[in-house]
Design a protein. Sequence first.
Length: 308
Amino acid sequence: MKFIELLTRSFPFLVTVCALIALLYPPSFTWFSGPWITYGLGGIMLGMGITLQWSDFNQVLETPKWVFCGTLLQFTIMPILGWVLGIIFQLPPFFAVGLILVASCPGGTASNVIAYLAKANVALSVTMTTVSNLAAIIMTPLLTSFLSGSFLEVDALGLFYSTLKVVLFPVALGVILNRFSPKVTHKIVPFAPPIAVILITLIVASIIGQGKEIILNSGIQLLVAILILHLLGFLMGYIVSKIIFKNEAVSRTIAIEVGMQNSGLGAVLARENFINPAIAIPSAISSLVHSIYGSIFTSIVNKFNNKK
């Protein structure tokens, strides 16, 4: 069990190292491609589903303002920032659309790990991740299509079907399994976070390996744009929620949820709905960046707590 916890905590380090290896020697990870990326995300979403019970959704009823505010910030701050940064940095259309796509994605399962490490409200984090992922079935295709119009034509219906397939079905299956086979899922639950870490790392490293030449030739502006995107996501999520609720744990949680995207979903949607593979690259870099930011955020919060 200690190994499992260590692997989960090491997510930022693991994804960074594997991304660098993929840049140096792409074949080490490009074997994980094609349908494997879709299956990988489906596995992550299934793992998320089996950790949930119907009672977990009581958080929505008990603290609807927290959940609503967090989800609203998720689908306003990040998409608008993605669109604005694409214009400011004059990104090529394929990078601009990829940036908008990942910025329009919901929170990812990695945010729950960071919420735990940062001593935030884990129950709220899990609830917000679940709610935002379900909302993403409509919101992600809608926002991506609307904001990308000035860059590239987007098939909103195709994005909708893809999101339905890789989010709703696996999560619903996980919840159903947890409801009717609790003994089985109870044994699986401890392994869900580390498996998610491994699968996200494989997805990110594979996409970075496949896009090596594009990243090295024109990825600096994109990298800076993504660094700013997630930094502002964390800051604005924290500041706005702190002003509204004046609750430290809730503010930390919302900051984490807003600042960390389901980049794996962005990568799968890009691969399934766009011909140009470069559109998936912002999602891969995003996963790397927000994981590092999440670790920094955790470190700052814990140092602040220790001084009290």
